[in-house]
Design a protein around this ligand. Structure first.
Ligand code: MLT
Length: 312
């Protein structure tokens, strides 16, 4: 009988599906690392995780039992895929379930930056009625640069168009025709986008190509007063460059949901004027969590019972 380990907190709907899956047994064991994780992974046929657990080469060492890991979410960067492949373990993800929630969070942060929502509330609860201090900026008529026009990037672009923003997009995989049909002006390089945007958002994985995509050099050419948002992966913007840009006044604002190391409770950007940060909440909605959990269970149970592989 195939057995499944759930390594991170999973929406109840997913657990209910596991409970009801004929011929599957499962256990939820969260917070595992080191030897405990290695030993646990060696006792199950399949695993479901979110981003909390880190599946490293060490955690798969000597594994003879595990056949598949499904990430309930998009990014599989917490799973060492090369080590999994060497051990014959299939890695799958659920790329669609988070799309709308992450796009909405991006828009929420963009608007929060524009209207000083976080510092205005902070000042109010500290007993001040500072109406004059929090002059904002309208997003209508402004230009949003979207780097990465996949599911989430496009959902952000569509929502921003609803706010009457102009969209400049960069994505080497997007054709000119498709961009045009979506009302997006496609540019050929990141450098081309930077001098022209009022807001910038990134929706790419973190890779060697995207790490430090906005660094000190890019700061030189970015439009003065730009506001930058990152709900994708920490490290795409160089945080030291962001801090320098805010200090010099070149950047008007920075909103981050993601960090190079997570959990992240200390960061030089936290508390800087013009910064609003959240603790990786992009996918934290009931809808997204239900969707990624149920899709992850579907993928894993299908694989364990029929060998079918999707989103590998
Ligand atoms: C993802 O990759 O699915 C998102 O960043 C959300 C998450 O890590 O939970």
């Amino acid at each position: 009988m195939p057995s499944v380990i759930v390594l991170d907190k999973l929406a109840q709907e997913g657990l209910d599906m596991l409970e009801a899956a004929p011929g599957i047994t499962y256990e939820v064991i969260t917070g595992l690392k080191g030897e405990e994780l290695r030993e646990a992974l060696n006792r199950f046929d399949g695993a479901i995780c979110r981003s909390g657990v880190k599946i490293t080469p060490e955690s798969l060492e000597g594994n003879r039992q595990l056949k598949a890991v499904v990430r309930a979410g998009v990014g599989t960067d917490n799973i060492d895929k090369a080590a999994a492949t060497r051990a014959g373990i299939v890695v799958m993800n659920t790329p669609a379930g988070n799309t709308l929630s992450t796009a909405e969070h991006t828009v929420a942060l963009m608007l929060a930056l524009s209207r000083n929502v976080a510092p205005a509330y902070q000042s109010l609860i500290e007993g001040r009625w500072d109406r004059g201090k929090f002059m904002g900026t309208q997003v209508a008529g402004k230009t949003l640069g979207v780097i990465g026009l996949g599911r989430i990037g496009l959902a952000v672009a569509e929502r921003a168009q609803g706010l009457e923003m102009n969209i400049l997009g960069y994505d080497p995989f997007m054709t000119e025709e498709r961009a045009q049909s979506l009302g997006i002006e496609l540019v050929k390089t990141v450098d081309e986008i930077l001098p022209r945007i009022d807001y910038l958002t990134v929706h790419t994985p973190l890779t060697e190509e995207t790490r430090n995509l906005v660094d000190m050099e890019q700061l030189e050419i970015i439009k003065p007063g730009a506001r930058l948002i990152n709900c994708a992966r920490g490290g795409i913007y160089n945080e030291a460059a962001l801090a320098a840009g805010l200090e010099s006044g070149k950047l008007a604002g920075v909103a981050l949901d993601v960090y190079p190391e997570e959990p992240c409770t200390e960061n030089p950007l936290f508390g800087m004027p013009g910064v609003v940060c959240t603790p990786h909440l992009g996918a934290s909605t009931e809808e997204a969590q239900t969707s990624v959990a149920t899709e992850a269970v579907e993928l894993l149970t299908a694989f364990l019972t029929t060998g079918a592989i999707r989103h590998a």
